[in-house]
Write a protein that binds this ligand. Structure first.
Ligand code: HEC
Length: 128
């Protein structure tokens, strides 16, 4: 029985990783913040600008990374999962590099926080 379970779990876990859906598949808690909160506090709120501008403190860089990871774990109402995984994955990687290395360039993050590129594909607008 143990053997059978592990045969089943491995491909499932792999699929979950590939799709970037672990939090959904293993039934674990929701992302720490909602997309709305992240937009308000991290992107529109000026934190992103500070980090990209190289003016953020160590703590703020970690805070931004926390928001980025949470965005990755969320699921937008609109757009393809693969596209979301790519866009938010880029954001997480860029934010992580900056948080780890004080000398890292912020140019990649500058591209990854492109509001319009992501909104065009994933921002849900209520039908009028
Ligand atoms: C990786 C994707 C992504 C990036 C990058 C992004 N956004 Fe968003 N944003 C979204 C999604 C998805 C929504 C729609 C949220 C929903 O459906 O609830 C949204 C919604 C919003 C909203 C409306 C929130 C609300 O109250 O409903 C604001 C404001 C916003 N974004 C600002 C920004 C700004 C400013 C930037 C750039 C500095 C930015 N976003 C970058 C994905 C992104």
């Amino acid at each position: 029985m143990k053997y059978i379970t592990s045969i089943l779990i491995v491909p499932l876990a792999t699929a979950a990783l590939t799709l970037g859906l672990f939090s959904v598949v293993n039934g674990q808690a929701k992302p720490k913040y909602t997309i709305k909160q992240i937009m308000k506090d991290a992107l529109k709120g000026g934190l992103a600008k500070k980090v990209v501008g190289g003016e953020a403190t160590e703590k703020e860089k970690i805070q931004f990374l926390d928001y980025a990871i949470s965005l990755y774990e969320n699921k937008p109402k609109k757009g393809e999962a693969a596209s979301w995984t790519r866009l938010t994955g880029n954001l997480v990687t860029a934010a992580a590099k900056i948080a780890i290395d004080p000398k890292a360039s912020t140019a990649t993050l500058g591209k990854a926080v492109n509001c319009k590129a992501c909104h065009n594909k994933h921002k849900y607008d209520k039908p009028k």
